[in-house]
Design a protein around this ligand. Structure first.
Ligand SMILES: Nc1ncnc2c1ncn2[C@@H]1O[C@H](COP(=O)(O)OP(=O)(O)OP(=O)(O)O)[C@@H](O)[C@H]1O
Length: 635
């Protein structure tokens, strides 16, 4: 059926569909081929569902033309029997009585069902259902269009095109092209070139210059001046960038980032998250021109940032709030002010009824009152990260490992005889080298993996939420945060889901914005909202600040620091503001936390214990993250 539908679409749209990307064409075909699709009167349904996409994708020049095309589509689909017949109303030959054959006594009345609002007729319900499907299709269409646009931007260059403007009077069997231009990515490679390929001659790469002369002799002119000039430029450029040494340069950069020769040959997909980040770093280092360019930008940012920070911190609180209101602060400065205000308000709350500190509390209350907007600042949605408090507290044991060992099938044993427990008061960060198996432990805890031997016990009553980059990547990008939550939790009132999204700063219009338009940090917030809706007792976090801090440990030079900033701005999935908010949210969370992270700031701000994963074992470390790092460096 889809094949017939496809041929009808091609027939009706003709040339209009030739240059349209395949995913868009498939989408159009699938929508129309859907057996529930309602073409409506004269193709009006098709126009509603696909009009915007057909025009935006250039299948039709404008909306009036689009209407007529939709009408043709409806017609053709009907002729091919692809339009499902609508149920028709049939009149009965004789009246039919509902109580025929029943006792004459009055039938017991059914108690009317309580209803919340006006009753909907079947027709209304169908209409609403159609409307929903239409919205869904339009969202999907916009997303497909966005994907196609992104693909074009990523490719960075339009398709190579050949403009052929005039034909010559040569024999029919020769191929002659005159006045043609070849451009790639907006750069002209050949301008006003002309080529004649004479029938019977053989042309090849090495023969080019030769054949020019031979061709001249034989009057079969091949004008390759422009081509050879261009080739010369390319060779010069390759020489300039030392292309022959590219592989060895890449190898030495990778080796500097601890990739052994065997690892350098492995497919990227076989590496753990941390190693993949190193690959991204190696790539950034390899492309020198971009680094130099960005380095300047980053330096300016660093300097500007420090200047402003220093200046703002020296000002009294009142002035800081004024600066806030005038909106000239960056996120870090905002966080510092917010922290200070937060401390002031906590101080007031804590010592409000303490006689000894009464005067101090009073003066602070007055000072804050004078400032105004304090609530707005503390409750800024950007800063919000509120994990729900579970209503129950299952008794111990919650999670315990007994002699648990694990190795991936076909791989080495990663852990032997692990013995430890986690409860609702646990606040732990697991640290260790890349690829040692930290994420694997989280998967064993969550039940995604089973131990090869020994046991991992999980209380039947415990609710565990897992956050990893995988959950952010798994969001439905064609949807929006609210719809996504509605699909994940069907039947839950919209207001409740909105409220929950709001706890993670996804408020107002942001909750209705297409997911693909959200920033990395905003997507992370949606993922957090999704995994915590059921009020988990334990939260497992796998690199919630996404591998950013591990490089900060080894990055000494400004160049490296700049690269970090580049990586932060281009790859980060959670912005710095969100990390601050996450720390605050975790501190206030009333359950257990086990995180895998290399982010010193996140670890020291939100957990109390450090566990070290190494050589197949997990052991508590009695010291701070900074002390652990010191030991790591000295060894
Ligand atoms: N599905 C899998 N199949 C086979 N091997 C795997 C699989 N997932 C991970 N591994 C391997 O198991 C080892 C441990 O991986 P894991 O992701 O747990 O490490 P990690 O300590 O979390 O690393 P990082 O800090 O780099 O994120 C690595 O060598 C990894 O390549």
């Amino acid at each position: 059926m889809t094949e017939v539908a496809r041929s009808v679409v091609h027939e009706v749209l003709g040339d209009g569909i030739i240059d349209v990307d395949e995913p868009i064409v498939s989408y159009i075909v699938n929508v129309l081929a859907d057996e529930d699709f309602d073409f409506g009167l004269d193709g009006e349904g098709a126009f509603d569902a696909l009009g915007d996409l057909l025009v935006a994708a250039g299948c039709v020049p404008d909306f009036p033309e689009c209407r007529s095309v939709c009408s043709k589509l409806s017609d053709k689909f009907g002729k091919h029997g692809l339009v499902k017949a609508k149920p028709t109303v049939r009149s009965l030959a004789a009246p039919f009585r509902m109580n025929e054959g029943l006792d004459d006594g009055e039938a017991p009345r059914k108690k009317p069902e309580p209803v919340d609002g006006p009753l909907l007729s079947e027709r209304d319900k169908l209409k609403i259902e159609r409307r929903k499907r239409k919205d869904e299709r339009q969202r999907e269409a916009k997303y497909q269009l966005h994907l196609a646009e992104m693909e074009a931007v990523r490719a960075g260059m339009p398709v190579a095109c050949v403009k052929h403007e005039a034909g010559g009077g040569h024999t029919v069997k020769d191929i002659h092209m005159d006045n043609f231009t070849i451009s790639v990515g907006g750069h002209d490679l050949i301008v006003d070139g002309s080529v004649t390929l004479s029938f019977g001659r053989h042309y090849g790469e090495r023969e080019t210059e030769d054949s020019t002369e031979k061709g001249n002799e034989a009057n079969g002119v091949v004008k390759v001046d422009a081509i050879s000039q261009r080739l010369e430029q390319i060779y010069k450029r390759l020489e300039l960038i030392d292309a022959d040494a590219a592989e060895s340069r890449a190898a030495s950069i990778l080796a500097g980032l601890s990739f052994s020769p065997e690892m350098q040959k492995k497919a990227t997909k076989t590496f753990s998250g941390g190693w993949r980040m190193r690959i991204a770093l190696a790539r950034a280092l390899f492309i020198e021109p971009d680094i130099n360019l960005l380095e300047r930008v980053a330096t300016r940012r660093v300097v500007g940032f420090e200047d402003q920070w220093g200046r703002i911190l020296r000002r009294p609180l009142q002035q800081k709030v004024f600066c806030w209101e005038t909106g000239r602060l960056n996120n870090t400065t905002k966080n510092l002010i917010r922290d200070e205000l937060y401390l002031q308000t906590t101080f007031i709350d804590k010592f409000r009824y303490n006689a000894k500190r009464a005067s101090l509390v009073q003066s602070r209350i007055k000072a804050l009152d004078r400032l105004g907007h304090v609530d707005a600042i503390i409750n800024d949605p950007d800063y919000k990260f509120e994990f729900p408090t579970p209503d129950d507290r299952p008794g111990a044991p919650i999670i315990s490992f007994s002699d648990a060992s694990f190795g991936y099938p076909g791989g080495p044993i990663l852990f032997r005889n692990l013995n430890f427990g986690i409860d609702l008061d646990s606040r732990i960060a697991m640290v260790g080298p890349n690829g040692i198996g930290k994420s694997t432990i989280l998967k064993l805890i969550a039940g995604e993996l089973q131990p090869s031997s020994g046991t991992v016990f999980r209380s039947a009553k415990v609710r565990i939420a897992v956050f990893s980059q995988h959950h952010v990547d798994g969001l439905d990008l064609s949807s929006n945060p609210l719809l996504y939550m509605m699909r994940c939790y069907p039947g839950v009132p919209e207001q409740k889901l909105r409220g929950h999204l709001g706890s993670f700063g996804v408020t107002g219009n942001l909750a209705l914005q297409p997911m693909y338009t959200l920033s990395g940090g905003q997507k992370s917030r949606v993922a957090f909202a999704k995994i915590t809706f059921k009020k988990p007792h334990i939260i497992l976090l796998d690199e919630p600040s996404n591998h950013l801090a591990k490089y900060a440990q080894s990055i000494k030079s400004l160049l490296f620091f700049c690269i970090m900033l580049i990586l932060i701005s281009s790859h980060m999935k959670m912005d710095l503001d969100a990390v601050e908010a996450l720390i605050q949210g975790l501190v206030l969370f009333q359950g257990g936390i086990l995180m895998v992270s290399h982010d010193e700031h996140l670890i020291s701000g939100s957990v109390e214990e450090l566990w070290i994963v190494s050589e197949g074992r997990v052991a508590p470390f009695h010291g701070s993250f900074a002390e652990y790092k010191k030991i790591l460096h000295s060894s």
